[in-house]
Ligand binder design. Sequence first.
Ligand SMILES: [Zn+2]
Length: 833
Amino acid sequence: MSTSFSRRGFLGVAGGAVAAAGLLDLPGRAAVAATGGGPAVAPFPLRGVTLLESRFRDNMARTCSYLTFVDPDRLLHTFRLNVGLSSAVQPCGGWEAPNVQLRGHSTGHLLSALAQAHANTGDDAYAAKARYIVGELAKCQAAAPGAGYTTGYLSAFEEKVFDQLEAGGRPWAPYYTLHKIMAGLLDQYQLSGNRQALDVLLGMAAWADARTSKLTSEQMQSLLGVEFGGMNDVLAALYLQTRDPAHLRTARRFDQEAVFGPLADRQDQLAGLHANTQIPKIVGAVREYEATGDPRYLDIAAFFWETVVRHHTYAIGGNSNAEMFCPPDQIVSQLGENTCENCNSYNMLKLSRLLFFHRPSPAYMDYYEWTLYNQLLGEQDPDSAHGFCTYYTGLWPGTQRQVKGGLGADPGSYSSDYTNFSCDHGTGMETHTKFADSIYFQTGHTLYVNLFIPSEVTWAERGIHVRQETRYPQEDTTRLTVRGDARFTMKIRIPGWTRHPRVRINGHEAGRARPGTYVTIERRWRDGDTVEVTLPMALTWRKAPDNPNVQAVSYGPVVLAGGYGGQTLKTIPAIEPRSVRAAEDSLRFTATADGTDVTLMPFSEIQHQRYTVYWATPPDRSRPRLIARYSFGEGTGTTAADATRMWPAATLAGGATWTGDGAVALDGKDGHVALPPGLISGLDALTIAAWVRPEELANSARVFDLGFHKMTYLFLAVRTGTGKARFAMKIAGMDGEDFIDAAGPIPAGTWSHVAVTIADGKGVLYVDGAESGRNDALVMSPLLLGATTQNYLGRSQNPTHPYLHGQVDDFRVYNHALTAADVAALHAQGRNA
Ligand SMILES: [Zn+2]
């Protein structure tokens, strides 16, 4: 067999993409040639791939049962009322309620999901339901002029919302909703052959063209500041279908330069942007590349993908905290119950797949698999017959996916039949009806095997069937059986996380495959040939980029989470990494965390109980010592050296000046000292000490404040609203903060020595060498703060707080808690010791 096995295949993938060693290793930019508009790789028709028994098929079955159940008239209700047609059904709730501006978007998602379910299963019932909906939407569109709307307008809300938008108002995302409807119609045409859906869509496209062609480019760019979904995506895709230049012209009006420009310049300016507002327009950029061949579009999309995956992605593959992109590499400092909106990952998978078609690097499909298994598979409630999904996948320890019911999109709560429609109910319907669309891809002569999901693919052009049988990830081996005779190339993804993978053809070793590549097998295949791929799995710890002492653990492709039942967690549990042991059940492990036993299991299997994905891991301990000291003796220049020589110089910034007697004066306006980042990283015990002389007391003015932003910090304030000085620390996601109040404020007009010691859950605040306050029940350890990026004297993380007006001197950090006697001695040495 080795003669028929291509050695070349083991040397790398086509185009020579670099070997990827892990999840977040990225494709070489120059390594894989772009394809000049036309995709290099294509999917199989959904009908050509059959899901076999697996969790994926079970999830799809639940969603399909909802598609069968849901009453189309209830999802047409507001469309009909909007054009004066009668409708007496009970209105829907959530974002489909008659008074919510997003009404109508779920009808679009439903059309897409019905198209996928029909295309994949061949069951005409899904197509028939969609034919009814499309027919009724056509009637609504036809009635639009009679209701005073422009020809072609089809929506569940009034057209005047677009007048408001064009006048500079900020209505709730009207083009976002139209995009969903248009995408649903296009899917109906392309996947289900519904000709009327194309007619309705052409009417909507003409309406969008007429509406936007009247605007100046300045007006148009301004309007794009309001979320518009993937209008450029659906219109460019429509152009690829019709080749009507009006459709491409309209698509390109939705190119938002404020977002595309920095990405084209390879700049990450995503912080603070609403994440799911951006991702669909980047998907659209790939479509526009296909439509125009302009490589700028593809470069924008590829850079966006790299940036999001490398710098804005949590351990499970999702992004965003409270729906926003955070500053790059902020992960632990941005944990919360509302991380990882599921729509974002639905769209990132779309983007990964499209990018792969043009630059077939395995990194895209490694990310695809990771996020599919670790976020999207688990967004659905396996106990719900209708496949309800959550809105977010929260990563704050102790979050749970749960049924809360009620209106609106409660964080962490599952959707329902009618009462809480949301974007994630919609993308959930789509995600769970298209698992078959990325298991296999093809070129004219190559079959790509991307995902290890039990399934069968029919390659009609080659007269070939391939059946994939596996219990992956419960087991590490996948078996592919070829039916039919033909010469073709099979490329099988070898994930970047595996080590020493093995490939056997008809039972014979076929040599070594490299992780992070597609192994290539060229041969004349005979009926009954088998390929066995073994992808050994091991426990792998991954450090968070902003805190090396907080880690997530995975086994093969699955992230493991601790199951905590109904137990709430105050903060990130501390695990003993060496205590992790495999249990008897596959993919179950036990470990010791916070001194008690905890069960680890694949995160996507954790439902209806509290969990954690992130763990605090023990620090490297070194001998107790002073690790940083800024004594501010320079008296000139704008930098101050660290006397331990372990840290870079601090910087006097804003209105910070030397006093003439070896201290720094701060003006209370913008003067502060910027200390180096990472100063307290890795410390689970510490002492921070300084001399301070406030000239006046302003509430919240800081002696020191080390953190990332106003939700993740460790500070000492000269006074708060309680009238006392306060030490406090917190990471985002915690309820409240750990704090220690002093007996009173730090006195104004005189020098005081201040010190805080923390160890073993106890903290003491000293003023002038004597204990002034303590907290023996600290919830968090400073270890959870990690490599803080904004470390200040005299300035708060919170930009609304006043700067310190006064003087500071001799700032010290120790890697242990000084004793009371140590602190008293330090005070007794005096300020200029
Ligand atoms: Zn969403």
